[in-house]
Design a protein around this ligand. Structure first.
Ligand SMILES: Cc1ncc(COP(=O)(O)O)c(C=O)c1O
Length: 362
């Protein structure tokens, strides 16, 4: 079967040159006589893989020296607990959350199990169809950090501008926008991202944390594996890491560098998103879900206004080799995730299919 255009929100499409390289390395990684999957994480070969991956990521993102880069496990959802445990539990025990959709809501709810996690802005009353006004947030005097999800995967919302945190540490979940555009890391205390959208196979979370925020020792009630210090001290090799997944991330980092870095990647992503949003705006059948000024470049949510027709669209699109266009189960509708690895041709094929579907279903 030919490869399909996979619009899944994650696990998601990966660059074909990376998949081809992984296939070529599978039986014998660089003369080791084994695949990376079979390799000891204590071997010089794997040390080379993880060191190179970190160096390439630092280079791509321009990560300052005073930030640690961690390759962790447990699902990005585990960071919803790890962040308050590490950044607040042994301090004031207070954090302010900007709730803009499912993922920041989950993060706030999880944090509330451990600390006083206050909601300072929310888009809930409008079904998360746009971002709340964050120009003058009622931040808590004693907040240890302010938290946001910079790109809400389910609702297709993106912060084009960061909120003013009035000097408070900013924590960002960048899972579904990681490496899709340049970011100024120094504006954040901590960035976390599950890699299964833009970077690699599920099983790794990347945490980029300013060194002074890493706990100095044990914290009462916090498991060793949840303490960032453990992983900073051991350079992400405290226990057995997901070696192959980290290797895959490393291949993607190299690939993005070859494409010209994050400015070049952003340009491609802007063009793809513009094409698709223009097609939606020009259509008499399809309607965008997110407010125009808050639209995600990665997750494009749209509807026909008729749930049966949405289902028909997703089904017929799948048959035409355009897969995973069904919206998230919690909101319905349609969603095209157009991550870095989605070629422009894939977006063009989707637009052509939408136009045809509109004619057939008028
Ligand atoms: C923005 C965002 N944050 C967190 C998560 C949770 O990631 P995981 O499934 O790895 O726990 C997701 C998953 O889709 C997501 O989109």
């Amino acid at each position: 079967m030919p490869r399909v255009y996979n619009f899944s929100a994650g696990p998601a499409i990966l660059p074909e040159p990376v998949l081809a390289q992984a296939a070529a390395d599978m039986m014998d990684y660089q003369g080791c006589g084994m695949s990376v999957m079979e390799m000891s994480h204590r071997s010089p070969a794997f040390q080379g893989i993880i060191d190179t991956a970190e160096a390439d990521l630092r280079d791509l993102m321009g990560i300052p020296e005073n930030y640690d880069v961690l390759f962790l496990q447990g699902g990005d959802s585990l960071q919803f607990a790890a962040v308050p445990m590490n950044l607040a539990l042994a301090k004031h025990g207070v954090a302010d959350y900007i709730v803009t959709g499912q993922w920041s809501k989950k993060a706030q709810q999880e944090a509330a199990r451990f600390i006083d996690a206050r909601i300072v802005a929310t888009g809930a009353e409008d079904n998360f169809s746009h971002l709340p006004d964050c120009s003058d947030l009622p931040l808590s005097e004693d907040a240890d950090y302010v938290y946001l999800c910079q790109n809400e995967t389910v609702h297709g919302l993106r912060f084009a501008q960061l909120p003013d945190t009035k000097g408070k540490v900013l924590v960002s979940d960048q899972s579904s926008m990681f490496l899709s555009e340049p970011v100024d890391v120094s504006q954040f205390g901590l960035i976390h991202a599950g890699v299964q959208k833009n970077v690699g196979p599920a099983g790794v979370q990347i945490v980029i944390v300013r060194h002074d925020l890493v706990p100095e020792g044990d914290i009462d009630g916090v498991p060793v594996m949840m303490n960032y210090k453990t992983h900073v001290d051991k350079k992400s090799l405290y226990n057995t890491p997901p070696c192959w997944n980290i290797y895959m991330c490393g291949l993607v980092f190299k690939h993005l560098k070859e494409l010209g870095g994050l400015e070049a990647v952003q340009k491609m992503n802007q063009e793809k998103a513009q094409l698709l949003y223009d097609a939606i705006d020009e259509s008499a059948l399809f309607k965008g879900v997110a407010a125009k000024e808050d639209r995600s470049m990665m997750n494009v949510c749209f509807v026909t206004g008729d749930a049966d027709l949405d289902a028909k669209f997703a089904k017929e699109a799948t048959a035409a080799g355009l897969t995973n266009l069904k919206g998230h189960r919690s909101v319905g509708g349609l969603r095209a995730s157009i991550y870095n690895a989605m070629p422009r041709k894939g977006v063009e094929a989707l637009i052509a299919f939408m136009k045809d579907f509109e004619v057939q279903n008028r």
